[in-house]
Design a protein around this ligand. Structure first.
Ligand code: DSN
Length: 410
C-alpha cells in the first residue's frame, strides 16, 4: 500500500507525463499553490472583512479585501463575494439569496451543454427545491431566441441562468437579455468555463446584460478550486440589496469559515488575469482549440456544432463505432485524458454517452501551440482507430510522455 505522500508524487508524475485535455482542468501558478498550502488555512474568519466573528483577522481582512477589489476592477462590477467554496455552492448561494423555495429556475438542459446546478430536475438541489424549467439548443447548436422568449413569457422564471459547461459556441448575453426584456426575471450568467476569454475580450461580456455573474476560479483562471459571485450595476439597479442578500446566503446561509488560503490564491490568480501575458495565453488557447478542432475534423471526427468558437469541443464518436466512455478509456491508455460527455440530443444515457469533451486550457498553459495540436490530433485519431492494439497505444503513450517533457509544468 502506498503512503499518501507517494500517491501525491504519483499523481504529480501522471499530470506531468500525460496530456490533460479535460477543458475544465488547468495547472495553477506556483504562487497559487504556495498560498493554498500556507498558514492561512489555520485561521477561522466567519464573516466578512471588518465584521468577523473571530479575533486575529488583521491580515486575513487585507487578503480578502485585495481579492474583492481585484475582482471588482477586473470585471467592472460594484460588488464581489470571493468566499464560495466552488461553482455549485456559488450558484446555490445566488438561488438562496435571491429566490424563495419553489420559485422557478430556468437554465440550459444538460445534454445541450448546461450544468447540473442550472435546474437539472429531480436529482440536484436546483431542481428539487425549486421549480425547474429547461431550455435547449437546436440541431445546429444554436439557440432559438424567439422560442426562448416565448418560454420565458409562459413560464415566468424568477431567474434565468445563462451559462454552459459543454457548449462549443459563444454565448450572446445581449440576446438572452432581449429575450427576457419587459419581465421581472433575474438574469444570472455562469461563466465558469470561459471566464478567461471574457477577461481577454475574446468572448462576449455578460456584465452589461445580466444582474449577477458566477464563476469558478480553477479552470481557465488557473487559480485554486473556488468561486466568486459578482453583482453588476444592472443588478444593484434592480435591487440595491442584491449584494447584501448574496453575502448573507454565502455566510451564514450556506457556509461557515471561508478558506482563507484559497482566497489568497484567488487574489493572486486575479492579479495574473489582468496582465498582458494572460491575454496572450487566452489568445493562444482559442487558436489551439480551433486548430485541434480543424485537425480532428480532417481526420474524420464529427464535432457537434461543426467545430469550436471557444476553448472546447465535443466529439460525437458514434461514427467511429464506439461510445464516449470507450473512447475516453482508449485515449487514457495512450496518455490522453478527456471525459466522456453527452452530446446534444444524445440517444444514450448520461452514464454512457456518445461523445467526449476535449479542450486545451491546460496544455496551452504548458506552452503548447498549433504544431503540437496537429501532433495531438494524430495521437487521438490513431489511439481511437487502434483501440484494441496494445502495442500502438503503448507507442503513443511513450510519444505523449516525450512531448510532455518538452513542455514542463511550472
Ligand atoms: N465539473 C466541471 C466540469 O468539468 O465541467 C464543472 O461543472
Amino acid at each position: 500500500m502506498h503512503t499518501i505522500t507517494e500517491l501525491i508524487q504519483k499523481e504529480e508524475a501522471r499530470q506531468r507525463e500525460t496530456l490533460m485535455l479535460i477543458p475544465s482542468e488547468n495547472y495553477t501558478y506556483p504562487e497559487v499553490r504556495a498560498a493554498v498550502g500556507s498558514v492561512l488555512m489555520h485561521k477561522y474568519s466567519e464573516g466578512y472583512p471588518g465584521k468577523r466573528y473571530y479575533q486575529g483577522n488583521e491580515f486575513i481582512d487585507q487578503i480578502e479585501n485585495k481579492a474583492i477589489e481585484t475582482a471588482k476592477e477586473l470585471f467592472k462590477v460594484p460588488h464581489a463575494n470571493v468566499q464560495p467554496l466552488s461553482g455549485s455552492p456559488a450558484n446555490a448561494a445566488v438561488y438562496m439569496g435571491l429566490l424563495k423555495p419553489g420559485d422557478t429556475i430556468m437554465g440550459m438542459n444538460l445534454s445541450s451543454g448546461g450544468h447540473l446546478t442550472h435546474g437539472h430536475p429531480n436529482i440536484t438541489f436546483s431542481g428539487k427545491f425549486f421549480r425547474s424549467v429547461q431550455y435547449g439548443i437546436e440541431i445546429d447548436g444554436s439557440i432559438d431566441f424567439v422560442k426562448l422568449r416565448e418560454q420565458i413569457l409562459t413560464e415566468k422564471p424568477q431567474i434565468l441562468v445563462i451559462g454552459t459547461s459543454a457548449y462549443p459556441k459563444l454565448v450572446d448575453f445581449g440576446k438572452f437579455a432581449k429575450a427576457a426584456e419587459g419581465t421581472d426575471t433575474i438574469l444570472m450568467a455562469d461563466i465558469s468555463h470561459f471566464v478567461g476569454l471574457v477577461i481577454a475580450g475574446l468572448h462576449p461580456d455578460p456584465v452589461p446584460h445580466v444582474h449577477v455573474v458566477t464563476t469558478t476560479t480553477h479552470k481557465m483562471l488557473r487559480g485554486p478550486r473556488g468561486a466568486m459571485i459578482l453583482v453588476t450595476e444592472k443588478g444593484i439597479a434592480k435591487d440595491p440589496d442584491m449584494g447584501k442578500k448574496i453575502d448573507k446566503a454565502v455566510f451564514p446561509g450556506l457556509q461557515g469559515g471561508p478558506h482563507n488560503n484559497v482566497t489568497a490564491g484567488i487574489a493572486l490568480a486575479l492579479e495574473k488575469a489582468g496582465t498582458d501575458s494572460f491575454t496572450q495565453y487566452a489568445k493562444q488557447l482559442v487558436l489551439n482549440a480551433k486548430t485541434l478542432a480543424q485537425e480532428l475534423m480532417e481526420r474524420g471526427f464529427t464535432l457537434t456544432g461543426g467545430g469550436t468558437e471557444n476553448h472546447l469541443m465535443l466529439l460525437d464518436v458514434r461514427n467511429k463505432g464506439l461510445t464516449g466512455k470507450e473512447a475516453a478509456v482508449a485515449l487514457e491508455s495512450a496518455g490522453i485524458v478527456v471525459n466522456a460527455n453527452a452530446i446534444p440530443f444524445d440517444p444514450s444515457p448520461p452514464g454512457n454517452p456518445s461523445g467526449v469533451r476535449i479542450g486545451p486550457p491546460a496544455i496551452t498553459a504548458r506552452g503548447m501551440g498549433e504544431n503540437e495540436m496537429k501532433i495531438i490530433a494524430t495521437y487521438i485519431h490513431d489511439a481511437i482507430e487502434n483501440r484494441t492494439n496494445e502495442e500502438v497505444l503503448v507507442r503513443i503513450k511513450d510519444e505523449v510522455r516525450a512531448l510532455c517533457k518538452l513542455f514542463p509544468i511550472t
